[in-house]
Structures are given as C-alpha cells and as structure tokens.
Design a protein around this ligand. Structure first.
Ligand code: GLA
Length: 376
C-alpha cells in the first residue's frame, strides 16, 4: 500500500515536472526554490519567449521574482525587485512581485457590511486592513500547471480560499494565468467564482525599476486620468473624485516622478510621496492603457493595460534601506514603483465607487498587461 502511494506520488510529481520542464519548445522550466514555512517545496518557473525575455515566477504567492527585458542596446536586464530565495520573501517582503487578494489595497478599519451582515478583517495596516490581511494571496501556496498557449509560455496558478479565510465570506476559487508573450508583455489573467456573496479586488504588486538600479525619480510617467481619489492620513479615500488639474497628480502629459514629489502638498505628505488611486479615463470593463512609464538611460518603456477602473501608483515610499535583495542591492527609498490596476481602495464602504461584490453564479475577470518596449 505504502509502495503504491509512493509510486503514485512519484508519477504525479514527474508529470507536473514534465509539463513544466520539457515543454515542446523548451520555453518553461521548473527548478527548486526552497520550502515554505510548513516545509512544502516551492518551485520557480522560468518562462522564456521567442525574443529571449524571461519571467521567473514561484508557486508561493505567485511571486514574480525576476523579469528580464531588453534595453535600447538589446541588453537584457532585470526590471523588478525581489529576493534570491523564498526564505527572504517569507521573512519580510513588502509584497514584492505578488498576487494580491482577496482585497488589494485598504478597507477602512478592517470592516465592511454586505447584504446586511458585518464582516471583520485583520487590521494589519493599523487602523486598516491591507492587501487581504495577515495571510493574503501573496503568502499562500498555489497549485501550478504549465502549458504553451497561443500567445506564449503560460503558468496557471490556482487557489481555493475557504469561507471565512482572513474574515472574508464564501469559498472563493481563483485562477491566475501568467503568460510571457512574444511581444515582451507579461500578461496576468485572473478569474474567480464564489459560493457566497463576497468582495474581491485582485491585483499585482511588482516593484519596477526600468534602469535596474538607483532611484526611480527620473522615470517619466503618463497616466490618462482626469481625476484621482484623495485620501485621509491613513490612506483611505475621502470619497471625492478630485480633478488632477493644477495638482502634482496631473500625469496626463509625461512628467518625471521626481518633478513634483517633494511639493508641499497634503496628499503627498499622507502617502510620503505617490501612493494613490487614479480614476482612469475609460469606461469600467473596457481594456485600455492605464500608464506609460519611460526611463531615459535604458530606453525601456513600460505600458500597463487593464479593464479595471483605477490604478494605484505607488512610488516605493516605504523602502528605507532595511531590505537587501537580489545580487546584494540594498533597496533604498524610492528605488522602485508599483502600478497596480484595481478597483478603488475601500470600495466595500464607498457606495458611490464601482462595485466589488461578486455573487454566486458570476465569474470575476481581470486582465493586467505589463508591456515592455524600447525607445531611442
Ligand atoms: C501598496 C500600498 C502602499 C504600501 C505598499 C506595500 O502599494 O498602497 O501603501 O502598503 O502596497 O508596502
């Protein structure tokens, strides 16, 4: 009996590895990446596209641990922050490269009411709940499957979040598919279903630095948004949709991150820089450009596309030199930025914001594309 179980396990793990390690084109490989806190083995999957760009992603947290894209000279370089081993991610990570859920961003005081019932969440970002709570989707093991899709090598990650997990209602079945396309896009497609009404706001949290070193103040940003959602001192939206015109939040024409970040402005003070949600100029549910970021020395360009109504642009204001990442890089203040397509923060408590409620029988969809290119 024991022998049979062992054989079955060996066959199962060989099958999983075969799917990932020896795909027809050899574009997906799986390698060991340590273990999670329960001792479960963590794997690192490397997706390689036809142009030689690579994305490495692990099944713990669905973390993108490296993303190597060409610069204007054709040199490949890593454009995301992260660690060399899973132990460092488990020890202390400000969501480097993570799948974020159930609720990306903040829910005020860790409370919301749905269909007349009040739910209480962990207040892990006092006094609010942040990024799904104490053990969000960035800290769980996902089941992984690799395949070659029409667009390029894909890694499919699935996770079943139980009813009541981190205080949220409903058994939620989530699928996240990463694809590295031949046009140098990292595409993430989320789908989810639930057996009870719940709230959901899934996003992605890579820390980008298009130069691969230094601070990001010289990166130029364009965000097609006439309005943003101003926040209180705990980064919860006031409910107002405020015009960006005449403020440091106007990125409708490309402007460097550093140009106005030091201005005497209450909103900038609350976020210690940019840590706000922009209301993108397009109908909710319609795929479109959310941001374009360019970096002059490398010539790298990042375009972010999604159908979500908002974009959280975070300028790495909580990086403070206490974390040392890949290759010994000490991550200093504003060494990276995040672009997180999402619904507006605290939507469960803000009736005027687009709804984040998912009900049984509905399927949640969210596609996020990070597209890389170069300019002279
Ligand atoms: C998000 C939040 C920030 C911060 C980072 C993680 O971008 O909006 O305030 O919590 O995640 O450090």
């Amino acid at each position: 009996m024991k022998k049979q179980i062992l054989m079955a396990l060996t066959v199962a793990s060989a099958t999983i590895l075969a799917g990932c390690a020896t795909s027809k084109t050899g574009q997906i490989t799986a390698t060991p990446f340590g273990a999670d806190s329960s001792g479960a083995p963590v794997k690192l999957f490397t997706l390689r596209n036809a142009s030689g760009a690579t994305a490495t992603i692990c099944n713990y947290g669905g973390l993108v641990t490296s993303l190597k894209m060409p610069d204007k000279r054709g040199q490949f370089g890593d454009v995301v922050l992260g660690y060399d081993n899973v132990a460092d991610y488990i020890k202390s990570s400000p969501y480097f490269g993570a799948l974020v859920g159930r609720y990306g961003n903040r829910i005020a005081l860790g409370q919301f009411t749905l269909d007349g019932k009040q739910y209480t969440l962990a207040t892990n970002n006092v006094p609010n709940s942040l990024h799904g709570g104490v053990k969000g989707f960035d800290k769980v093991m996902w089941s992984a499957k690799c395949y070659q899709s029409a667009d390029g090598p894909s890694l499919e990650l699935t996770y079943l979040s139980h009813d009541g997990e981190e205080g949220y209602p409903g058994n939620l079945s989530v699928t996240a598919v990463y694809t590295l396309t031949d046009d140098n896009s990292l595409k993430l497609v989320y789908t989810a279903t639930t057996d009870k009404a719940t709230v959901l706001n899934l996003t992605h949290h890579s820390y980008f630095n298009l130069a691969g070193k230094g601070d990001i103040l010289n990166h130029s940003v364009m965000i097609p948004a006439d309005k943003f959602t101003p926040v209180d001192s705990t980064l919860i939206p006031t409910g107002e949709l405020k015009p960006v015109a005449g403020t440091p939040f106007d990125f409708r024409t490309p402007t460097t991150i550093g140009a106005r970040i030091g201005q005497d402005d209450d909103q900038l003070k609350f976020g210690k820089g940019y840590d706000h949600n922009w209301v993108i100029n397009k109908p909710t549910g319609e795929m479109g450009l959310m941001a374009r970021v360019t970096e002059p020395t490398s010539g790298r360009v990042l375009e972010v596309y999604s159908a979500e109504p908002g974009l959280q642009f975070y300028s790495g204001n909580f990086l403070d030199g206490t974390l040392t990442g890949k290759g010994g890089w000490v991550y200093q203040f504003r060494n990276a930025f995040c672009m997180e397509p999402q619904h507006f923060p605290d939507s469960p408590n803000q009736p005027s914001f687009p709804s984040v409620v998912l009900r049984p029988g509905e399927t949640y969809h969210n596609t996020i594309i990070y597209k890389f290119s170069v300019q002279p």
